[in-house]
Design a protein around this ligand. Structure first.
Ligand SMILES: O=C(O)c1cccc(C(=O)CC[C@H]2O[C@@H](n3cnc4c(=O)[nH]cnc43)[C@H](O)[C@@H]2O)c1
Length: 241
């Protein structure tokens, strides 16, 4: 199994790499290599390896970084991972959400009758579906909520916006900014995609003091520690080469 994990910032990449390290050493800085202009940390797993790449914030940066990495190396699975906003109470602070759907929640057109998503406009897709079995196994192994994860270009900052998104996506568990970009690049290479988010804040009124980024990064590391064996097993059962 050769997985590419794409995060927005280095702190998220460090959490993922720590989770995939059997005996992490908190003192030794992570050795990173530069590949195609992006910082990458390598983790070896039984029967394969995971490359953790720092791709930047937002769907465009994530898509560019993912497509660059997929053009330079051969992967069998792509994962968008990082912190995200949780739709509470379903996804409380410090919890994990594994996407059963990766949704472009603000890609489309505003009309007098409301938002029309890009697929309804006839210009492409607004949803990517992870492999159902793999997503379910990852959620089970990590204790995560299995739910749609929304990709937005602007962090929700009001109760009205949160309500608008929840009304359109009543099952949504989390909101972030990179998943759909990663998924579009993965789809271009015919690769399966996952998204895993650790909840750092509640989706709603902007309250920076309420963000718990440190706790979310810890949950992200724990999540990848639990996911490691699931990824290895899935690779053994789904890769015949
Ligand atoms: O409102 C602020 O000033 C503020 C404070 C801390 C972080 C931000 C971000 O814009 C972080 C975006 C970054 O983190 C992910 N993320 C985390 N929570 C959310 C959210 O509620 N909605 C969307 N994205 C979120 C995101 O994937 C980015 O990588 C702002």
């Amino acid at each position: 199994m050769r997985a590419l994990v794409v995060t927005a910032v280095a702190a998220e990449a460090d959490s993922v790499a720590t989770g995939l390290t059997p005996h992490p050493d908190p003192v030794t800085p992570e050795p990173r290599t530069l590949r195609g202009g992006y910082l990458v940390t390598r983790r070896d797993l039984p029967g394969g390896a995971v490359d953790v790449l720092v791709g930047g914030v937002g769907p465009a940066a994530a898509a560019a970084a993912t497509a660059t990495a997929l053009a330079l190396a051969d992967y069998s699975l792509v994962i968008s991972a990082g912190i995200g906003g949780g739709f509470v109470p379903a996804a409380p602070l410090g919890s994990l959400v594994v996407a059963d759907a990766i949704v472009a929640a603000d890609l489309g057109a505003g009309t007098p009758d409301g938002f029309v998503p890009v697929d309804a406009l006839g210009f492409g897709r607004s949803v990517h579906l992870p492999p159902a079995e793999l997503a379910a196994r990852c959620a089970e192994a990590t204790g995560a909520l299995l739910a749609p994860v929304l990709t937005v270009s602007t962090v929700t900052g009001s109760a009205s916006r949160a309500a608008e998104l929840a009304a359109r996506h009543p099952l949504a568990g989390a909101e972030a900014m990179e998943g759909f970009g990663v998924a579009e690049a993965a789809a271009a290479y015919g690769l399966p995609v996952l998204e895993v988010r650790a909840v750092s804040n509640a989706v709603g009124p902007r309250d920076r003091d309420a963000w718990r980024i440190g706790d979310a990064l810890g949950a992200l590391a724990a999540g990848f520690r639990a996911m490691g064996p699931v990824l290895v097993s899935w690779g053994e059962r789904h890769e015949h080469r």
